[in-house]
Design a protein around this ligand. Structure first.
Ligand SMILES: [Fe+2]
Length: 308
């Protein structure tokens, strides 16, 4: 793997709520992940803050609009903007999700699951190659959380990801919380997912909180990471040798030190110091224990309104 994908340490998603704090305090966070769409068209304060931070912190770009699985044509104007921003902030890598977000020019503003079959694999493989050729760098793809699945799928999600990575040489962003959420929603063993992705291609982890509904989990990014997800993360670190780790907190966002402290718990997870039973969701403050509100946060709430 290229040095461009070195382990950056423990990072935090850059959110406007923290701009003033970050400029004033310059906290000792290892790196920031930005939502690409929040900056590709913006000037003004967001771009100013980003450029200030990019002078001293590594920046990784994370997008939500690539729609790599759609049958719509790829948006080369969007890709051009991504490439330009990556150059401007010296982005270490560019990621998006293994999903589709719309079709026939309509954007659902959601990260929708794909059928995991041979025809879809061929389609996505061709598009990843085109995107990588255009960006002149490997793409990094994340496993999204999902709530429905296609009956026509003949592969597991981890088999699909493995074959896609092998065919395209793309890298993987393993969202450990998404693995957990999907495993509950689709009744599979999350450890099987973690154990069967190609570990040498995992360049980044995501951690986040979620919300338990009556019979499924929702990927709300609105609270701390629960113990079973930490247990999965610890196993993933052991299997991969560790990779840049990012905490996503996108609704009910607390002060920056609280968010930063949550990702710093990964240090003890990396050292194997946390509980290993991985079966309880009873940790204090667990998002899974909070009563779900009628208006659940949406994982894409962190995309500013003007780009939706
Ligand atoms: Fe994620």
């Amino acid at each position: 793997m290229s040095n461009a994908f070195s382990n950056l340490g423990l990072g935090v998603g850059l959110r406007p709520q923290h701009f003033s704090y970050l400029l004033e305090h310059r906290p000792a966070v290892d790196w920031f992940e930005i939502i690409s769409e929040n900056f590709i068209d913006s000037g003004g304060r967001p771009r100013y803050v980003l450029e200030q931070l990019a002078e001293t912190y590594p920046i990784v770009m994370h997008g939500v609009s690539l729609s790599i699985g759609s049958t719509d044509p790829l948006d080369f104007e969007y890709l051009r903007k991504l490439k330009s921003l990556a150059t401007a902030v010296d982005a270490r890598w560019i990621s998006d999700h293994l999903c589709w977000t719309g079709v026939a020019g309509r954007n659902t503003h959601d990260l929708l699951p794909l059928p995991f079959d041979e025809a879809t694999l061929k389609h996505v493989t061709e598009r990843v190659r085109i995107v990588q050729d255009f960006l002149e760098r490997p793409l990094t793809l994340e496993n999204p959380s999902s709530y429905v699945a296609f009956r026509q799928s003949t592969l597991t999600e981890w088999e699909f990801l493995s074959r896609l990575a092998e065919a395209t040489d793309c890298r993987l962003l393993l969202d450990v919380n998404n693995v957990y959420v999907s495993s509950v929603n689709h009744d599979f063993d999350p450890r099987e997912f973690i154990r069967n992705v190609p570990h040498e291609r995992v360049v980044q982890f995501h951690l986040a909180g979620h919300t338990r509904m009556s019979d499924h989990l929702v990927d709300t990014h609105d609270g701390p990471v629960i113990d079973p997800v930490w247990a999965l993360y610890r196993e993933a670190v052991q299997l991969t040798g560790g990779a840049a780790t990012l905490l996503e907190w996108d609704a009910n966002i607390p002060e920056f030190p609280v968010v930063h402290a949550e990702v710093l718990k990964a240090r003890s997870a990396e050292l194997g110091a946390r509980s290993t039973d991985g079966t309880s969701e009873s940790s204090p403050g667990s998002s899974a224990l909070r009563a779900p509100s009628s208006a659940l946060p949406h994982p894409l709430h962190h995309v500013t309104a003007e780009v939706q």
